[in-house]
Design a protein around this ligand. Structure first.
Ligand code: THG
Length: 373
């Protein structure tokens, strides 16, 4: 059985698209209406580069939503549950976003360029339309738009060596989520210490979409002595490290969840003063207490690699939670996953099962993160 996603005008190509095709991409997913490489046909080598060497990932689908203008801070603060009063230019912040019902709609990194200019580096959901409508309704003097900026991630323990060899040793002084505007060979970009793994690394936000191939080639060349190679955000690593995936672990349309359930309550500052989107709903959710929470799972039995949709977790014939994502952890030698489990069974989480088609597996609760506590 084989399928094809047609290349057509309703899904965009990343500026690194041609380079990833040349590098042997074997499968794409779609993220923010853009093709995003999912694998290069060598899962072991791809994972090994991330864990022990250095990998480069086309994550151009992590689109930027710019908010700029005199009321930029006011709008951004109104959209975020997190208190941004002490934020600094040149620094990024993880800012889960909620709708007015207190449900997660995205979990971007917010880059603060200056007091009047911000980028939301978004996960997979339409944020610009939402943000611009709210700005309009509130009469705020801002522009909300998608700038020409496409991240290329360089991840792994040797990422620092590669990036320092290209840009200089100053890159190692950047704090986590810190960033600086720079250029290389006339290619404008923002260099950040960030990336969706706990193996360390950087992201280069290309700011001229016509130069994707040039930037890709420069990184590949600088990385060659370190055996750099292509890859993509790793499910295995993110599960071991417990990074949240908006889209897999929670998604408004298919598995709605609030930030307290997801373990993201530390980014919800209800008593910071001032109103914000979702505040009333989140106050109520907090007062009533959550009924389920994010936990890790071990899935018994032979090696299994991932699911497409959240799966119901059963106990005594009742659905008591969802397994949102799982994979085989090579480091632990076990199948691991994350999901949401009802409080009612959390204290006595024996006898839990998940059906993978006809294959019924026992699962048990595990402490998060699996690795790196
Ligand atoms: N890089 C960029 N944009 C992105 C992502 C990225 N947009 C989409 C998606 N990834 C956003 N989601 C996350 C989720 C977690 C983290 C980063 C982006 C992350 N979390 C750390 C953790 O949970 O330990 C740190 C959180 C914190 O400091 O508060 O790194 O990867 N450009």
């Amino acid at each position: 059985m084989s399928y094809q996603i047609h290349i057509g005008p309703n899904i965009r190509k990343s500026p690194f698209f041609e380079s990833t095709v040349k590098a042997g991409v074997k499968g794409f997913s779609v993220y923010n209406h853009m093709y995003m490489p999912g694998n290069f046909g060598a899962p072991e080598a791809e994972l090994d580069r991330l864990m022990n060497g250095v990998a480069m990932w086309d994550v151009g689908g992590e689109r930027q939503v710019e908010v700029s203008g005199p009321d930029a801070f006011e709008l951004v603060q109104y959209l975020c549950t997190r208190d941004l009063s002490k934020t600094k230019p040149g620094q990024g912040y993880y800012v889960p976003l909620c709708n007015r019902n207190g449900l997660l709609i995205n979990d971007p990194v917010l880059l603060k360029h200056d007091e009047n200019r911000y980028w939301f580096s978004i996960a997979d959901s339409d944020i610009a339309l939402w943000a611009d409508a709210i700005a309009g309704e509130r009469g705020l003097d801002v522009r909300v738009f998608e700038p020409d900026a496409s991240p290329l991630a360089v991840q792994g323990p040797k990422a620092g060596d590669v990036i320092a060899s290209m840009f200089g040793d100053w890159v190692n002084d950047l704090r986590y989520f810190g960033f600086r505007e720079t250029e290389i060979k006339g290619i404008p970009l923002i260099l950040a210490r960030s990336g969706w793994s706990k193996q360390g690394g950087f992201e280069l936000y290309l700011m001229d979409e016509t130069r994707g191939t040039d930037l890709w080639d420069l990184v590949a060349e600088a990385g060659a002595p370190y055996d750099i190679g292509p890859g993509s955000p790793s499910d295995k690593e993110r599960l071991e490290s417990d990074l949240v995936s908006y889209g897999a672990d929670a998604r408004l349309q298919s598995s709605p969840a609030n930030p307290f359930e997801m373990g993201l309550g530390k980014y919800v500052h209800l008593d910071r003063g001032g109103d914000f989107i979702g505040r009333d709903a989140l106050m109520k959710i907090e007062a009533e207490g959550i009924k389920r929470r994010r936990v890790g799972f071990f899935v018994d039995g032979a090696r299994m690699d991932g699911n497409e949709q959240p799966l119901p977790i059963m106990k005594d014939g009742q659905a008591v939670g969802i397994l949102s994502d799982f994979s085989h952890s090579i480091r632990l030698g076990r199948n691991i996953g994350v999901g949401l489990l009802s409080n009612e069974v959390a204290d006595d989480a024996e006898g839990l099962t998940v059906n993978f088609g006809d294959d019924k597996r026992a699962i048990s609760v595990a402490e998060l993160p699996f690795i790196g506590r």
